[in-house]
Design a binder for this molecule. Structure first.
Ligand code: ARG
Length: 465
C-alpha cells in the first residue's frame, strides 16, 4: 500500500499530511485495539448484510470475509501490522483488508461510517465486560456466603459510629455484603440489557439511502433490536455512563469491606489476620503484616468513580451528534473495568483465605455495654415498663457499672435493685452476648438461626453446593 501517512483514509481532499502532534492527539489505536474482535465481528455482519441485500456482490463479500479470517489469524499470531498513523482500530483493519484483498475492501464501508462502527464495537465490548464483571462479582458472593456459613454463630461487636453497639454474628455481617453485591450484580445486568440495541446502520448520523437491513445486522451481533434514531445511535454514551456508575457503586461497596479488613487486621482490633499470600511486609519494621490489597481497593474505588465522573464530563453539554470528544470514552471505560475486575479478584482472594479470630471478636463484643439494649428490652418485657423509661433505667445501670469499672453482667442483684427495685435474677440471662445475638430472630436479624436460613437461601439461589 502507499505510505500510510501519504494517504490517510480521508485524505482525498488534503494536500498535506497531519503534524506529528496532530497525529498523537488524534490517534486512539493504543486504546481501541482492544476492540479488534468486536470491530471484525461488526464488519462481518455488515458485509453479510450488504451482500444479502444486493448492495455488494456475493464475491466481494466472500473476499471480505476471507480477508477478515486472515486478519483474525494475524492478530492471534501477533503478526498484524498495527499502525498508529492509521489512527484507530477501524482504519487499521480496513487498510490491512485492502492490502490483503484489494478492491472489495473498499466496498465494506458502504452505508457505514466510523461513527456507527465505533459505537457498535464499543457496545459489544461493554456488553461482554459487564458480563465478565458480573461473573467475578458472583465469585465474590460465593466466597462471602461460604465464610458466612462457617460463621453463623461467631459473635462479634456490631458498630454504629464505630462504637460498640450490639453483638452481631460474623455471618450476618458478611451477608450484608452479599446483599450489596447482589444489587451491584443486578445493576450490571440491567445495564447490559438496556445497552443491547444496535447502532450499526445509523451511518455518519442521518442513516443511509442504501437499502440496508438493520434488523439483520442487529440480530447477527446478538442485539435485541436496532436503535430507532440514527442521531441518538451515534452520539449516545449513556450505556457506558451507566456501566461506570454501576461499577463505581459496586467498587464503593468493595471499599467499605476493604476498610473493615484494614481495621480488623490491625493489632488494636485483632479480629482477623490475612494470610501471607495477601499481606506484605515492611522493609524496616519486621513485625508488620500490611493489608496492602485492601488499602489499594479502598483507593481504587475512588479512581473508578473518577473514571465515571470523567466520562460524564466528556459527554456533558456535547451537541449532537458525534464529536471527537467521544473517542476518549473508551480509555475511561476500559480503565474502569480493568480496575474493577482486579479489585474484585483481590477481594475474593482475601475473603476466601482471611483467618478470623473468634475469641477476640467475642471479647470485644462483650465490652462497651453491648447488651444494654437487651437489658432495656427485658425491663419492657418482664416488668412492663414503657421503653423510654426502661432506656432511662438502663442508662443509670450503665453509669453505675461504668463507675465501678465493671460490665453490666458483673453488677450484683442488689446494685440492680438499687436502681429499680423490681429487677430479678432472671435479668442476668439476657446479658450475655450469645443470648443477645440469639434473641434477635426478627426477619433479617442477626440470630444464628436467621443467618443460617439466609446462607441456605443464598446457596440455593446461586446454585452453590
Ligand atoms: N476513533 C474514533 C472514535 O473512537 C472513531 C470515530 C471517528 N469518527 C470521526 N468522525 N472522526 O471515536
Amino acid at each position: 500500500m502507499e505510505s500510510a501517512k501519504g494517504q490517510t483514509m480521508w485524505g482525498g481532499r488534503f494536500a498535506a499530511t497531519p503534524s506529528d502532534i496532530m497525529e498523537e492527539i488524534n490517534a486512539s489505536l493504543d486504546i481501541d485495539r482492544r476492540m479488534a474482535e468486536e470491530d471484525i465481528a461488526g464488519s462481518r455482519a455488515h458485509a453479510d448484510m450488504l451482500s444479502e441485500m444486493g448492495i455488494i456482490s456475493f464475491e466481494d463479500n466472500e473476499a471480505i470475509q476471507a480477508g477478515l479470517d486472515t486478519i483474525v489469524a494475524e492478530m492471534r499470531e501477533g503478526t498484524f501490522p498495527f499502525r498508529r498513523e492509521l489512527e484507530d482500530i477501524h482504519m487499521n483493519v480496513e487498510a490491512r483488508l485492502k492490502e490483503l484483498v484489494g478492491e472489495p475492501a473498499g466496498r465494506l464501508h458502504t452505508a457505514r461510517s466510523r461513527n456507527d462502527q465505533v459505537v457498535t464495537d464499543f457496545r459489544l465490548w461493554t456488553r461482554r465486560a459487564l458480563d465478565h464483571s458480573a461473573r467475578l462479582l458472583g465469585g465474590l458472593q460465593g466466597a462471602l456466603i461460604q465464610r458466612a456459613g462457617e460463621n453463623t454463630d461467631t459473635i462479634m461487636p456490631g458498630f454504629t459510629h464505630l462504637q460498640t453497639a450490639q453483638p452481631v454474628t460474623l455471618g450476618h455481617h458478611l451477608l450484608a455484603y452479599v446483599e450489596m453485591t447482589s444489587r451491584d450484580w443486578t445493576r450490571l445486568s440491567d445495564c447490559a440489557n438496556r445497552l443491547n440495541e444496535c447502532p450499526l446502520g445509523a451511518a455518519a448520523l442521518a442513516g443511509t439511502g442504501f437499502p440496508i437491513d438493520r434488523d439483520m445486522t442487529a440480530e447477527a451481533l446478538g442485539f435485541a433490536r436496532p436503535m430507532a434514531n440514527s442521531l441518538d445511535a451515534v452520539s449516545a454514551r449513556d450505556f457506558a455512563l451507566e456501566a461506570l456508575a454501576a461499577l463505581s457503586i459496586a467498587a464503593t461497596h468493595l471499599s467499605r469491606l476493604a476498610e473493615e479488613i484494614v481495621l480488623w487486621s490491625s493489632a488494636q482490633f485483632g479480629f482477623a489476620q490475612l494470610t501471607d499470600a495477601w499481606s506484605t511486609g515492611s522493609s524496616i519494621m519486621p513485625q508488620k503484616r500490611n493489608p496492602d490489597a485492601a488499602e489499594l481497593i479502598r483507593a481504587k474505588a475512588a479512581l473508578i468513580t473518577g473514571f465515571y465522573v470523567g466520562l460524564q464530563g466528556a459527554v456533558k453539554a456535547l451537541p449532537l451528534a458525534y464529536a471527537k470528544d467521544l473517542q476518549d470514552d473508551k480509555r475511561l471505560t476500559f480503565e474502569a473495568f480493568d480496575t474493577f475486575d482486579l479489585c474484585v479478584r483481590a477481594m475474593t482472594g482475601m475473603i476466601e483465605t482471611i483467618q478470623f479470630k473468634p475469641d477476640n471478636m467475642r471479647a470485644a463484643a462483650a465490652k462497651g455495654f453491648s447488651t444494654a439494649t437487651d437489658l432495656a428490652d427485658w425491663l419492657v418485657r418482664e416488668l412492663g415498663l414503657p421503653f423510654r423509661e426502661a432506656h432511662h433505667v438502663t442508662g443509670a445501670l450503665v453509669a453505675l457499672a461504668e463507675g465501678k469499672g465493671v460490665d453490666l453482667a458483673d453488677l450484683s442483684l442488689a446494685d440492680m435493685q438499687g436502681v429499680h427495685k423490681d429487677i430479678t435474677d432472671a435479668v442476668f440471662g439476657v446479658l450475655t452476648v450469645e443470648a443477645s445475638a440469639s434473641s434477635r430472630t426478627s426477619y433479617g436479624g442477626t440470630s444464628p438461626v436467621r443467618v443460617a436460613e439466609q446462607v441456605a437461601q443464598w446457596k440455593q439461589r446461586l446454585g452453590l453446593e
